[in-house]
Design a protein around this ligand. Structure first.
Ligand SMILES: NC(=O)c1ccc[n+]([C@@H]2O[C@H](COP(=O)([O-])OP(=O)(O)OC[C@H]3O[C@@H](n4cnc5c(N)ncnc54)[C@H](OP(=O)(O)O)[C@@H]3O)[C@@H](O)[C@H]2O)c1
Length: 312
């Protein structure tokens, strides 16, 4: 652990990534303060190192209080499940967080955003918003380590749950063209390793790290790999006419996932999400596992938890 970091603020502690990161931070002996909207959603054994701060990234006062005395903050929130326009809300949340971080003299922000080519005019609203949040956090002047990832493969990840629901239920799938878009998924364990390792990076200004597993695949390949490992016979037929909107509706019918969040994610799937820089492999001694192993772990973890969808 860096001598610089003793106390951590974890936002998004009730979310998929934050929930899994929390025990890893506590294992390292860090004092962790979780910023949560609803403390009853945080199911974690009590620890003398753990503190819960009730707050909301849309409430600046709660942020200033939660950041007091903190060395490093993890920014793992997105507001896609909310009622309003998520881009506006995510922008506002980051604009609240940035000055609070500066004023409380935070040393580092670690943010997990999304891959995607910023210069592409077709970048989805979701990915554009993820990049914008990173830029706002950097503009705070507080050193910001931004990781950009494509789909995270793990049992509780929304993307995995979508893929699982579709593949388990549909023997024949009419697949929209975007299922052939290249992507570079990463196993959840590897994401967590990067997030923890970012605590140890020597200070040298804000940086962006694109992270991904070694395999560049299409979403269809992920469906095929999941089906192969689950021993399911599936037929995938590409249909050019299914628009993202129609695909979203189709998803809403066959998956238990929150339709709103799922649709935003689906819109992002038309963008290639591939690592274009090797900065992460130079800065971290982490070599992520490939798709077969990531999927094997996710399926095993899913079976262990009784195949219960983590999302309703
Ligand atoms: N999962 C993936 O496949 C994936 C892939 C690439 C990048 N990422 C990035 O990783 C980060 C975390 O994603 P995730 O999958 O863990 O998300 P998630 O499961 O949807 O969790 C979102 C978190 O944000 C919190 N939140 C929402 N609105 C809030 C508010 N107003 N104030 C405070 N907290 C609020 C939620 O708290 P409540 O429980 O109160 O709602 C929840 O803890 C995001 O930046 C995402 O873009 C995820």
């Amino acid at each position: 652990m860096t001598a610089n970091t003793k106390s951590v603020l974890l936002t998004g502690a009730t979310g998929y990534v934050g929930r899994l990161l929390l025990p890893r931070l506590l294992e390292r002996g860090l004092e962790v303060r979780c910023l949560v909207r609803d403390p009853s959603k945080l199911s974690v054994p009590p620890s003398p190192l753990l503190e819960v701060a009730q707050g909301d990234v849309l409430d600046s006062q709660s942020l200033a209080k939660a950041l007091q005395g903190i060395d490093t903050a993890y920014y793992l929130v997105h507001l896609m499940a909310g009622d309003g326009a998520f881009e506006d809300q995510d922008r506002q949340a980051a604009k609240n967080f940035a000055p609070a971080a500066r004023e409380t003299k935070l040393k580092r922000i670690i943010y997990l955003g999304g891959l995607g080519d910023e210069s592409s005019p077709n970048l989805s609203a979701h990915l554009r918003s993820r990049h914008e949040v990173g830029a706002i956090l950097r503009d705070s002047g507080v050193e910001t380590i931004e990781f950009r990832a494509a789909m995270i493969v793990g049992a509780g990840s929304l993307s995995y749950q979508l893929l699982k629901s579709l593949t388990d239920r549909l023997p024949v799938m009419l697949c929209p063209r975007w299922l052939t878009t290249p992507t570079q998924p990463i196993a959840i364990d590897d994401v967590l390793r990067y997030l923890v390792a970012a605590l140890d990076l020597p200070p040298s200004g804000s940086r962006v790290f694109e992270i991904g597993g070694p395999d560049v695949v299409a979403y269809m390949d992920l469906i095929r790999e999941y089906a192969r490992q689950k021993k399911l016979r599936r037929w995938l037929i590409t249909v050019p006419l299914l628009t993202p909107h129609l695909s979203g509706l189709w998803l809403a019918l066959v998956t238990p996932a929150t339709y709103r969040v799922g649709r935003h994610l689906i819109e992002g799937l038309r963008n290639p999400m591939v690592v274009s820089s090797d900065e992460a492999s130079k800065a971290f001694p982490i070599r992520p596992v490939g798709i077969q192993e990531a999927m094997r772990r996710a399926i095993a973890e899913d079976r262990q938890s009784g195949n219960a969808p983590s999302i309703k």
